[in-house]
Design a protein around this ligand. Structure first.
Ligand SMILES: Cc1cc2nc3c(=O)[nH]c(=O)nc-3n(C[C@H](O)[C@H](O)[C@H](O)COP(=O)(O)O)c2cc1C
Length: 317
C-alpha cells in the first residue's frame, strides 16, 4: 500500500502504474528466457555423438568399436568412449549416445561402467534432477548377455535404457538384446547397428530386424534436436523445498573420484550440497517460477481510492 503525496505521479496515475508493472513483468519474463537460451548455447558446443561401452572381458567393447567404424565410414564423427574416462554430467550436453553394455553378476553392469550406472540410477531417482535433464539427447542401447541367466538376461542394458528415459532422453530404437550363448550375436548386432545408422541418415529402410526383415526408420535421429526451442519446455515443476536440497548423484568433477571402487566426495570427503546437474535443473525450475510470478503480477488488480488518494494492489492471488 502506498500513501502518496500530490507530487507522486505513479500514485496519482494508476494507468501509469499499471503500465510500469506490466512492462517490468514482461521485462523480467523476457530476460529470464534470454538468459536461459544463452546458458544453453554456451554450454552446448558442437559435440560428436558418443559410443559408450560397458564391458568386462571385451565383447561389448569389440562391438562398440565395430559400431564406431560403421558410423565413421558413413561420414559420422563419433567418439568411442571408455565409461571410466567419461564425466556423466556431460550427458546433459550430448545429443546422441549409443551404449553397448554387457551384464554381469546379479544383473549388474561390468565394473568399468559402475560409476556411470550409479550416476544414472541416482539421478533418475532424484526428483530434483527432474525428467528433462537429458531431453536434448537421443540414445539407443545394445545389450550383450546370456539367455542362460534367465531374469537377469541383459538386465544392465535394460537398466541403462530405463534410466536414460527417466532423465528425459529419447530412445531411438528399443533395447536390442544380444545373446552370446544361443543367439546370433553378430547378426543381431549388425541389424541393430544398421537400423541406428538408418535413423541417423534419416533415410529409413536401412538394416534388418532380428528376423531378417527390412526395417524402416520411423523418424530422423537429429531433426527434432535442431528445432528452435521457442515452443519447448512447458515445464510443470514439482515443488522444491530449498531446505531439503542435498546433492545425491555423484560426479567425478563435483564430488570426487572413484578410488578402488570407493567414491570420495570433495576434498575432505564432504558431500557437495548441490551438484551441477541438480543446480541446472533447479535453475530451469526457477526460470519457470520467475515467469509464473511475472504473469501473476500482470494479473494483479490495481485499486485506486479517489477520496483518500490511496493506491492499493490487490493480488496476485
Ligand atoms: C560370472 C558371470 C555372470 C554373468 N551374469 C550375466 C547376467 O546376469 N545376465 C546376462 O545376461 N549375462 C550374464 N553373463 C554373460 C556375460 O554378459 C557375457 O559373457 C558377455 O559376453 C560379457 O561381455 P563383456 O566381455 O563385454 O563384459 C555373465 C557372465 C559371467 C561370466
Amino acid at each position: 500500500m502506498c500513501k502518496p503525496n500530490n507530487y507522486c505521479y505513479l500514485c496519482t496515475n494508476p494507468a501509469a502504474l499499471a503500465a510500469l508493472l506490466s512492462f517490468s513483468s514482461l521485462f523480467f519474463f523476457y530476460q529470464s528466457r534470454s538468459l536461459r537460451r544463452l546458458r544453453r548455447l554456451s554450454s552446448s558446443p558442437n559435440r560428436n555423438p558418443k559410443i559408450l561401452f560397458a564391458s568386462q572381458t571385451g565383447t561389448s567393447e569389440a562391438l562398440a568399436r565395430r559400431l564406431a567404424a560403421l558410423l565413421r565410414s558413413s561420414g559420422f564423427g563419433v567418439d568411442l568412449v571408455h565409461p571410466q574416462q567419461y564425466e556423466p554430467e556431460d550427458l546433459q550436453q550430448e545429443t546422441l549416445v549409443l551404449i553397448v553394455a554387457s551384464t554381469w553378476e546379479d544383473g549388474k553392469p561390468p565394473g568399468n561402467a559402475a560409476f556411470l550406472a550409479r550416476w544414472l540410477s541416482e539421478s533418475a531417482e532424484d526428483f530434483r534432477v527432474g525428467s528433462l535433464i537429458l531431453s536434448r539427447c537421443r540414445f539407443a542401447v545394445f545389450g550383450v548377455g546370456s539367455g542362460s541367466y534367465g531374469q537377469s538376461f541383459n538386465a544392465a542394458a535394460r537398466d541403462f535404457a530405463r534410466w536414460m528415459r527417466a532423465l528425459g532422453a529419447v530412445e531411438m530404437v528399443p533395447v536390442c538384446e544380444g545373446d552370446v550363448d544361443s543367439g546370433d550375436l553378430d547378426g543381431v548386432f549388425e541389424s541393430w547397428s544398421g537400423r541406428v545408422l538408418g535413423l541417423l541418415k534419416g533415410g529409413g529402410g536401412v538394416g534388418k530386424d532380428e528376423k531378417g526383415l527390412d526395417v524402416r526408420a520411423e523418424s530422423d535421429g537429429f531433426d527434432e534436436l535442431e528445432e528452435d526451442d521457442e515452443d519447448e519446455e512447458v515445464v510443470e515443476p514439482e515443488d522444491v523445498d530449498m531446505e531439503d536440497i542435498a546433492g545425491k548423484a555423484p560426479s567425478r568433477r563435483s564430488s570426487g573420484v572413484l578410488t578402488n571402487g570407493v567414491l570420495k566426495n570433495g576434498e575432505n570427503g564432504v558431500k557437495e550440497m548441490v551438484t551441477p546437474v541438480i543446480r541446472t535443473s533447479l535453475e530451469k525450475q526457477m526460470d519457470y517460477v520467475t515467469a509464473t510470478r511475472s504473469w501473476r503480477m500482470l494479473q494483479a488488480r490495481i485499486l485506486w481510492d479517489r477520496e483518500s488518494q490511496v493506491v492499493e494492489i490487490e493480488g496476485p492471488w
